[in-house]
Design a protein around this ligand. Sequence first.
Ligand code: SAM
Length: 206
Amino acid sequence: MEDLVEEVVAIAGRDLTLLRPRDAEALLDDEAFEHEEFLPYWAELWPSALALARAIGTRALHGARTLELGCGLGLPSLAAAAAGGRVLATDWAPDAVAMTARNAERNGLVLDTLACSWTEPEALIERGPWELVLASDVLYEARNGEALLPLLPRLLAPRGEVWLADPGRPAAEGFFARAAGAGLDVVRRPAAELPRGAVYRIRSPA
Ligand SMILES: C[S@@+](CC[C@H](N)C(=O)[O-])C[C@H]1O[C@@H](n2cnc3c(N)ncnc32)[C@H](O)[C@@H]1O
């Protein structure tokens, strides 16, 4: 995959360069879609990734064990690594984690990557628990929230936090209502990049 373009994104006073495929739709694969309705959403830089990277990039992470779910091109993972986190960037698309690894190297940042689905998350749990879990624009289908809601408490360390950016996807509303109903503490922080959405901080009850 060499038809790539480079974007430069300012995060916490630092320019990060990000490679992405020039044309995400050109990556559509009929066979993969029929198998698991797989669409190459990883190949675009979504506003939620910008909002989450900016929210996380201003924090001092002091080596916090950090997991990104559905990393796509990996911008929040890059921001977390730049802020001092020890980061594992994951996505079910092997091309996404390969591009994230390439983007990290391009910016002189160190992180690990792993191809792994939320529907078979054992490797994510085994490598935990995580002090910080990041995810941007992952609630675009109800089935995603159904997989993620029971998974998040299994990933988190005591006092760990999930930071999840969402642009206001219809399926996200039910997710946040169920999260609150399950006793999770959900705090909404407005973000300039997400006029109809926000960055949410989710914690298990103390
Ligand atoms: C809308 S894209 C967002 C990508 C990136 N986080 C961003 O905001 O730019 C959703 C991401 O979730 C990933 N994804 C979808 N279903 C997944 C699953 N079951 N397990 C792991 N990753 C998944 C996709 O491959 C894609 O990278």
